[in-house]
Ligand binder design. Structure first.
Ligand code: FES
Length: 200
């Protein structure tokens, strides 16, 4: 006849648990601990400066002002920074690649000369202005900065996110045939500027 150890009950816990059960319990606790740690890590990362909003790859150096696409050229996608760079008569702007409706990734339609979102059909012109909803606002953008050769800030996109005009490169000294170091262009994806709201 099989005997039952009375010390094993629900109140006291099972002091006589088999090695297999103890092993499974330990495994479960380790898994739970790892899950909690991972969740905490995600929360910490989310609240780190620069991660408060979805952003790109930090500060992206685009090279000198002569490396920037010329006025009127098609927008250029910088995947590492998650932005489209556009150069118009007004200057340059760096648009976040996510649609301002539900954050689908839009692309440039060269026939229509518009940014088109594949999810619900929103459209934006090359100035980032929403032409067709359901996107409620213009494209979000990141500040563009112009730095001199020493790395000092010369100018930067304003709080409204208007296009930033580029300095005209100096002509080389005809005697020495040497041009001074050219200003550099950077995009700071730590700070997103919301596009203007056009629809409710
Ligand atoms: Fe772009 Fe809906 S996510 S139109």
């Amino acid at each position: 006849m099989q005997t039952v150890d009375q010390s094993c009950n629900k109140k006291t816990g099972c002091a006589c648990a088999t090695p297999r059960r103890r092993f499974l319990t330990a495994l479960w606790n380790i898994g739970l601990f790892a899950l909690v740690c991972q969740s905490l890590l995600m929360v910490v990362r989310f609240f780190q400066p620069g991660n408060a909003a979805r952003n790109g790859g930090g500060v992206i150096d685009l090279g000198s002002i002569t490396d920037i696409p010329a006025i009127g050229e098609p927008p250029k996608l910088y995947r590492e920074g998650k932005f489209w760079l556009v150069h118009t008569e007004q200057g340059v702007n760096a648009y976040d690649t996510a649609c301002t409706h539900l954050h689908c990734l839009f692309s440039w339609n060269s026939e229509a000369e518009q940014f088109v979102c594949p999810c619900h059909g929103s459209r934006f012109d090359r100035n980032g202005v929403v032409l067709q909803g359901p996107a409620p606002r213009d494209l979000d953008r990141y500040p563009v900065r112009i730095l001199d050769a020493e790395g000092s800030l010369l100018r930067e996109t304003d709080e409204q996110g208007r296009a930033l005009s580029l300095p005209v490169p100096e002509q080389p000294d005809s005697d020495k045939e040497i041009a001074g170091p050219l200003p550099r262009v950077q995009v700071d994806t730590h700070k997103k500027i919301a596009g203007i709201r056009r629809h409710v």
